[in-house]
Design a protein around this ligand. Structure first.
Ligand SMILES: C[S@@+](CC[C@H](N)C(=O)[O-])C[C@H]1O[C@@H](n2cnc3c(N)ncnc32)[C@H](O)[C@@H]1O
Length: 262
């Protein structure tokens, strides 16, 4: 029996929240060296442009009017690329292991003997608030922060979030993919005891062109966000941390376009 062909390494790389200057040095180096790039939505063209000429590109994200590529197909693409290339970058917005299915892809590759490494990235849940001057923790605002997805109703693969419980147990909440369910989330949190006047913020398209933010209170957040047409991708921040905002420390968003999936 012939020895199995040597497989390339798949790097699960965090692209950061959009501003290309928030890429890690390691992500930058791997992008400059890769033979193949597999990427999805929420990665600006300026970052994709870093790959060498001749690099094989695969888009596996969601585009206007289309569904995302199913996860098993993405997994299969990664395994196939590893049989033909030495260095493959699987680029994901933010951090690959935070609401990014990076763990699933890592496990799939590892189970098939494909060398895989994760390269952490700057997550949108920290960077988007920062670009609005909001620190996600502050000593005057308690001792805990929870990163939570607001998407669980749609993704049946996950157990539901106990919003009423979170209202009691976490000082700050950073909600990913929460905009569509914002009204129900706010109602649940208030039913769990979180005050209607809890400081609240939504940051849309954080760190890139078109960034905008809404500062309000929990009881009014869904109405204000609807009135002002806030859209995905947005991060919702709840808690006293929003009141500790220092607007002058917020950097200018990068002047880059981020392709927005619809
Ligand atoms: C599938 S999750 C991926 C999160 C990513 N792995 C991370 O660590 O940031 C996508 C969600 O992240 C949030 N998000 C990503 N980029 C964002 C940005 N630049 N501004 C605001 N929210 C963003 C939005 O809530 C979006 O719906």
């Amino acid at each position: 029996m012939s020895a199995p062909a040597q497989l390339g390494t798949v790097y699960l790389v965090g692209a950061g929240p959009g501003d290309p200057e928030l890429l890690t040095l390691k992500a930058h180096r791997l992008l400059r060296q890769c033979d193949a790039l597999v990427y999805d939505s929420l990665v600006p063209q300026a970052v994709l442009n870093l790959v060498p000429q001749g690099c094989e590109l695969h888009f596996v994200g969601k585009r206007r009017g289309h569904h995302s590529v199913p996860q098993p197909s993405t997994n299969a693409v990664l395994v196939e690329l590893a049989s033909r290339h030495r260095l493959i970058v699987r680029l994901k917005g933010g951090d690959p292991f935070l609401f990014g299915r990076g763990g699933e892809e890592a496990a799939h590759l590892a189970a098939r003997g494909v060398p895989v490494q994760v390269v952490p990235g700057v997550t949108a849940g920290i960077a988007a608030p920062a670009y609005a001057g909001i620190p996600v923790t502050h000593r005057r605002a308690g001792s805990s922060v929870t990163f939570v997805t607001g998407h669980e109703e749609i993704d049946k693969g996950r157990p539901g979030v106990n919003w009423r419980g979170l209202a009691q147990t976490s000082d700050g909440l950073v909600i990913y993919m929460g905009l569509h369910n914002l009204r129900r989330i706010a109602e649940e949190l208030m039913a769990g005891g979180l005050a209607a006047d809890t400081p609240a913020a939504v940051i849309q398209q954080g760190t890139v062109r078109g960034q905008r933010q809404l500062i309000s209170v929990l009881g009014e957040l869904a109405d204000r966000a609807e009135e002002q047409d806030f859209a995905s991708p947005s991060i919702v921040v709840l808690g006293e941390v929003v009141a500790q905002r220092v607007p002058v420390c917020a950097p200018e968003p990068a002047d880059v376009e981020m392709p927005i999936p619809f």
